[in-house]
Design a protein around this ligand. Structure first.
Ligand SMILES: Cc1ncc(COP(=O)(O)O)c(C=O)c1O
Length: 485
């Protein structure tokens, strides 16, 4: 027997199964980026990372605040007198003032239309840990959660890998702008029941990753009514709530249940984190906020496994308690996100590439390259993606990694780069599209020159649109997994 096989036998099923998703073909994009990273001066030919949902647009504001508030950290001359108090053992409730500051911040992000009870704030290692914790509290191995698709690829790991929970996709279609409806949820629920799958709940991401859209009040009310009727849970991952940069405004499930006369609040849970709204994924601040006392108590006990370091809690308490800073940060962040989104999507529109209409949130947009596919299959989508990664040198994420139903869609992240990199990335996509999705070396030289002239002169989006054919055909779900964030 081979040595590897023998050592696998003595390990657990979790250690030896492949459900983490790391071996997926999508890591090709990450590897290409790692091997040849773009740098504006030192490596302009490198791969630009557009598969990373990180909000780096307002780091200057945070850095300025840190310099002006040296006592916020215990690692400075000004703050070191708090060192002992912060360094000693903290129980899993976390610092009271931290939970209070997070609750206030969550209220502010929701326009102060709702209040949050600091005693219901449970910490976890990022939303990753928070999502897993809530699964452990709500479902047993084999039970299922409904997940509207396309969805955040790492849900497969976060919701399923260690918990044994299953996910059942709720199919959303491009023909309706991927709008989530109660009818679609009912179909998924019924299909699961017919397969003897015990559905324990529905998990939403609002705003959506990867769509960059928000759910409206009517839809949210209908989904809250649905979970109440079925007596199943509703988990709302609201980690992009402060990334909304244009109307319609963000509506939290907290606001919805406040408006409803009849709602069993024990079924409602919110997942939050500071990874996207503040751009601090490295701080690993995740929150489970449940209206159910038993869930709060259980999640809190579990939080021993993924507490946020007290040093981080201490620092963030100061930052989040500075109301003037927070107000300015939130307004500046949404302005910068709006700018990034519009520069990109308008630039693409000029060469006839459309993105999902109604994008108003998130650190990305959902781009339709269906017209460039050789055929309307996920294989063709992967083939196109490899060309985009290897030849155009942009690491965007293919729709199949988000369990999209229709090939040809790509998620493009824009908030992790500076203006200059945006320009280079945009220019690369536009040139590629004007080449009709061919590799540079496949495009006839003369034509390429003419297209490049057109690219510079083009002021008529229509003209470009006409040069591109259009079919978008359905195809079944891809079983394969996913990008990272
Ligand atoms: C919808 C969604 N939930 C959870 C996460 C994980 O966030 P965190 O970095 O806080 O663990 C992400 C990260 O991209 C996400 O997009």
């Amino acid at each position: 027997m081979k040595k590897e096989n023998r050592s696998r036998q003595v390990l657990s099923r979790i250690a030896t199964n492949d459900k983490h998703g790391e071996n997926s073909p999508y890591f090709h994009g990450w590897n290409a980026y790692e091997r040849n990273r773009f740098h504006p001066t030192q490596n302009r030919q490198g791969v630009i990372q557009m598969g990373l949902a990180e909000n780096q647009l307002c780091f200057d504001l945070i850095e300025k605040w840190i310099k002006e508030n040296p006592n916020a950290s215990i690692c400075t001359r000004e703050g070191a007198n708090k060192f002992k108090e912060i360094a000693i053992f903290q129980d899993y409730h976390g610092l009271k003032e931290f939970r209070y500051a997070v609750a206030k911040f969550m209220e502010k992000v929701r326009g102060n239309r709702v209040t949050f009870d600091p005693d219901r704030i449970v910490m976890s290692g990022g939303a990753t840990g928070a999502n897993e914790t809530i699964m452990f509290c709500l479902a047993d191995p084999g039970d299922a959660f409904l997940v509207p698709s396309p969805y955040y690829p790492a849900f497969d790991r976060d919701l399923r890998w260690r918990t044994g929970v299953q996910t059942v996709p709720v199919d959303c279609h491009s023909s309706s702008g991927f709008r989530l409806t109660r009818a679609a949820v009912e179909v998924a629920y019924k299909t699961a029941q017919e397969s003897n799958i015990n559905v324990k709940g529905l998990i939403l991401t609002n705003p959506s990753n990867p769509l960059g859209t928000t759910l409206d009040m009517e839809t949210l009310k209908s989904l809250v009514a649905f979970v109440n009727e079925k007596n199943i849970h509703l988990v709302c991952d609201e980690i992009y709530s402060a990334t909304v940069f244009s109307s319609p405004r963000f509506i939290s499930v907290a606001e919805v249940i406040q408006e409803l006369e009849h709602c069993n609040r024990d079924l409602i849970h919110i997942i939050y984190s500071l990874s996207k709204d503040l751009g601090l994924p490295g701080f690993r601040v995740g929150i489970v906020y449940s209206y159910n006392d038993i869930v709060v108590s259980c999640a809190r006990k579990m939080s021993s496994f993924g507490l946020v370091s007290s040093q981080t809690q201490h620092f963030l308490t100061s930052l989040l308690s500075d109301e003037e800073f927070v107000d300015n940060f939130l307004s500046e962040s949404s302005k910068r996100l709006a700018k990034g989104y519009h520069v990109f999507t308008n630039g693409l529109e000029q060469v006839g590439i459309s993105c999902l209409k109604g994008g108003n949130a998130g650190l990305f947009f959902w781009m339709d390259l269906g017209r460039l596919l050789k055929e309307q299959t996920f294989e063709a989508e992967l083939e196109l993606w490899r060309v985009i990664v290897d030849d155009v040198r942009l690491n965007v994420s293919p729709g199949s990694s988000f369990h999209g139903l229709e090939p040809g869609w790509f998620r493009v992240c824009f908030a992790n780069m500076d203006d200059e990199t945006v320009e280079v990335a945009l220019e690369r996509i536009r040139t590629f599209v004007l080449n009709n999705g061919k590799k540079e070396d496949e495009a006839p030289v003369k034509k390429r020159k003419r297209w490049q002239r057109e690219l510079r002169l083009s002021s008529s989006p229509r003209k470009c649109e006409e040069s591109i054919a259009s079919p978008v055909v359905r195809s079944p779900h891809s079983p394969i997994v996913r990008a990272r964030t």
